[in-house]
Write a protein that binds this ligand. Structure first.
Ligand code: SF4
Length: 333
């Protein structure tokens, strides 16, 4: 591991000031960044610790939503009563990620910015357009079982590893940031970039940004939500495919729906095609299947990951069936 300097600013203004240095990496819980430094993928000269900036609170918003500070630990998000009551999909998604020890350390801001676990990205002896632009993407014809079926490009088919971000995408969350120019809010819908020709640029964060908090708007009235993740082992594994679903059924028809997929794309994938088909349709399994099939028409599976198309279809139908059933029970009670 290369030498680096550890800095711990006492206030946000100083942290923003330091963030403008290209040799700086902002440090949250360090559960991904430190690992990447150990294997030589990240080589910052300065690590700026952002965990002492007073960004570790969860606050209720006037509209019934929540503001979650960037330094709140994942465990504290998942166990917060307000999160569990208003946004069970978020609590479930966080608990589906990593291990208890890692969740105790990992922060909300760091979770959003964690890097892909593509094996080539993490091996500095291999080519990788994300790590070294223009060097190539061996995953296209190599080991791509865990990689993307939606949203990839000939330059990169890495998946985004976060579970939390998938739930936040379904909940229409926004990211609050600060830069030298002031405060700004970026909807999560605009936060991540598809790889295109520049897989090394993963977000639309302005240069020198400090993530301050996540804003989640009030829960949709009467909607149910849940998160299902499929992975190779029962815990401590990244998603092969996951879905965050939010559904409200009224008079047997879909009145509100949000679907976000994880483990299948370079970013938390909002299934807008499926949602458009579902709105106003009968809340029936056939309609659920047809909607996700329409979404997955855009899939471009590689030889090793074609199974993800079937997997994504099945977990989306399962989640929608369960949520529709729960909604009906709620109406009856
Ligand atoms: Fe690198 Fe992306 Fe290709 Fe993986 S898929 S080798 S991260 S360019």
């Amino acid at each position: 591991m290369r030498k680096f300097e550890y800095l711990r600013p006492e206030d946000r203004a100083r942290a923003v000031d330091l963030a403008a240095n290209p040799d700086v990496k902002l440090l949250g819980g360090g559960t991904n960044l430190i690992d990447l430094m150990k294997i030589g993928v990240e080589t910052p000269e300065f690590l700026v610790d952002t965990t002492r900036l007073g960004l570790d609170e969860i606050e209720s918003r006037a509209d019934g939503g929540l503001r979650i500070g960037a330094s709140v630990r994942n465990t504290d998000v998942a166990s917060d009563d307000r999160v569990r009551e208003r946004f069970p999909v978020l609590s479930a998604a966080v608990l589906a990620g990593a291990s208890g020890q890692l969740r105790n350390m990992a922060t909300v801001g760091g979770n959003l910015l964690q890097r892909t676990r593509c094996a080539y990205f993490q091996d500095v002896t291999k080519a990788c357009n994300k790590r070294k632009p223009g060097s190539g993407c061996p995953a296209q014809t190599g080991a791509n079982r865990e990689l993307a079926i939606l949203g990839g490009s000939e330059h990169c088919i890495a998946t985004h590893p976060s579970d939390m971000a998938v739930a936040l995408r379904a909940l229409d969350a926004s990211v609050l940031i600060e830069t030298e120019k002031g405060a700004e809010t970026i909807p999560l819908a605009d936060f991540y970039r598809l790889p295109g020709e520049r897989p090394d640029i993963e977000t639309n964060l302005p240069y020198g940004s400090l993530i301050v908090a996540i804003d989640i708007p009030a829960p949709r009235n009467g909607a149910r939500s849940s998160y299902v993740k499929v992975r190779d082992r029962a815990s401590f594994g990244f998603a092969l495919a996951s879905v965050a679903g939010v559904l409200r059924v009224a008079d047997g028809r879909v009145a509100e729906v949000a679907l976000a997929l994880g483990g299948v794309a370079p970013l938390p994938w909002r299934a807008r095609v499926a949602e458009a088909q579902l709105m106003g349709a009968p809340a029936e399994p056939d309609r659920f299947r047809a909607a996700i099939d329409a979404e997955l028409e855009a899939a471009q599976p590689r030889p090793e990951n074609a199974f993800k198309v079937t997997l994504a279809r099945r977990i989306v139908v399962r989640v929608l069936n369960e949520l529709a059933g729960a909604t009906r029970e709620g109406e009856a009670s």
